[in-house]
Ligand binder design. Structure first.
Ligand code: HEC
Ligand code: HEC
Length: 358
């Protein structure tokens, strides 16, 4: 118990005690917030730049300590949803590398969506968002879930007025953006800043492959690595330090499409059935798999690439040439490949206190 609280109690002054507590929760009553944001440079290993370049940052939304703190609070805040029941983190769970273990996330009205909630990992290097790439920035992406009728089901004026009447938020917005009058763009800018800090490059794969520590892999994982980069040809699309080339491709899941993916966004039939190549980072944690969550295990995914690719799929990607007619992996090779995929898990990512609910 600190001295201030003791003096409150000895005085027997309940009102004073309340005032003491209030000080701890919010800004000091007469505190004038200062606008002097501290630039924050997101740290990641130097080899990332060699393979995938420096993380780009929008010129109108530089990452700052204050912006990230605000974005983190907003990401976990249920005030964003209509009935105060759901935050971004309700569907993007840290234990699952910010994805949803449910096949389809459920909105605040209890109805399921129609695609798997994607993992939020190394998003700063991505330039098109959602499975179909319909949003060109993290800032614009973050606008959508709030008003989506199968997600948070809210409207921006309600969100803004809730935040505006909160004892803490106006001061935080001022510190991050120099304005106390909140608008939706400030909300999404802050969330995007927080998302840019969610970097994951500390898996055993990274130690082995990029940092040259061959002792971290078992023989089985080494065999799996050789398959991934060789006979199974996975890294044609799941490539570079990101384990994705960020392109939109058709990997032959279906011969005809119920969800046309990129085709709906571009209006081009040659884009039908193309979806964002997802990162394989933390893939053991981001089940179920594919845009429609059709596979629950990595073994099923490997079986699919091994012998279930639909060669008649319109727009089947050219990078599937080596895979499409069957990989014919042995049972042992399949186990080896799965063991290797599990080396992409970065446990420091999902236990990073800076990423958790503030
Ligand atoms: C009800 C569940 C749900 C909520 C709440 C939700 N999301 Fe999502 N999120 C999804 C789903 C599902 C997708 C994929 C949808 C699609 O592709 O059409 C997605 C996709 C994304 C992506 C795209 C990732 C990529 O690789 O392109 C980002 C980023 C993201 N969400 C961030 C957020 C943020 C920020 C919030 C809060 C403002 C939020 N989400 C709230 C379910 C949810
Ligand atoms: C032609 C490019 C391409 C190649 C080659 C490729 N993939 Fe994929 N992969 C994709 C695309 C695109 C998706 C998403 C498809 C969808 O949901 O419609 C995907 C999805 C996945 C997923 C699910 C990810 C998630 O978050 O749901 C896993 C796991 C995966 N691939 C592993 C592999 C493995 C293992 C190999 C090698 C055997 C491989 N991929 C080869 C393009 C490719």
């Amino acid at each position: 118990m600190n001295i201030r609280n003791i003096s409150c109690i000895t005085l027997g002054c309940f009102v004073l005690l309340l005032a003491c507590n209030k000080k701890e929760d919010g800004p000091l009553k007469n505190e004038t917030p200062v606008f002097n944001p501290i630039p924050l440079s997101v740290s990641y290993p130097s080899w990332v730049k060699i393979y995938s370049g420096q993380m780009p940052e929008p010129t109108d939304n530089a990452t700052t300590v204050e912006g990230v703190a605000l974005g983190r609070k907003l990401f976990y805040d249920k005030k964003l949803s209509n009935d105060l029941s759901m935050s971004c983190a309700s569907c993007h769970k840290i234990d699952n590398a910010f994805s949803d273990p449910r096949a389809f996330s459920v909105g605040t009205n209890g109805a399921p969506g129609d695609r798997n909630a994607m993992a939020i990992i190394n998003m700063g290097w991505s330039t098109k968002f959602f499975w179909d790439g319909r949003r060109p920035s993290l800032e614009l992406q973050a606008h959508d879930p709030v008003t989506n009728p199968i997600e948070m089901r809210n409207d921006w004026p309600s969100v803004v007025s809730r935040l505006q009447s909160d004892p803490v938020y106006p001061g935080m917005f001022f510190k991050a953006f120099g304005k106390t009058t909140i608008d939706s763009n400030m909300v999404t800018k802050a969330i995007a800043q927080f998302e840019r800090t969610l970097v994951s490059f500390n898996s055993r794969f990274d130690k082995f492959y990029f940092e040259g520590d061959t002792s971290v892999f078992s023989d089985q994982e080494k065999r799996g690595k050789d398959l991934f980069f060789g006979k199974a040809d996975c890294n044609h699309c799941h490539s570079d330090a990101m384990l994705t080339d960020h392109a939109f491709r058709n990997n032959g899941l279906d011969a005809s499409f119920t969800d046309i993916g990129l085709g709906k966004v571009t209006g081009q039939s040659t884009d039908n059935g193309k979806f964002k190549v997802p990162t394989l980072r933390n893939i053991a944690l981001t089940f179920p798999y594919m845009h429609d969550s059709r596979f629950t295990t990595l073994e099923q995914v490997v079986d699919f690439y091994d012998h279930q690719v639909k060669t008649g799929s319109p727009n089947l990607d050219v990078n599937m040439d080596q895979i499409k007619n069957g990989l014919n992996l042995t049972a042992q090779e399949k186990l080896d490949l799965v063991a290797f995929l599990k080396t992409f898990t970065d446990s420091s990512f999902i236990t990073n206190a800076a990423f958790m609910q503030p």
